[in-house]
Design a protein. Sequence first.
Length: 60
Amino acid sequence: VPIPRDVADHYLDRISDAYHATVEAFLKADPEYMAEGLMLLSEAIASANHGLTEQMRESR
């Protein structure tokens, strides 16, 4: 089942933003921002998993 481009782009953009924030925090060696970035990344991935699973269920 193909995923609509706009849906995929939405989740990929969120994951990308969180990833870049996390990398920046690691480059600055800032533990507080590292933790925040990793949490954002985790939430973005969980949201994508949930949203894409729902998208696939609805298109069956």
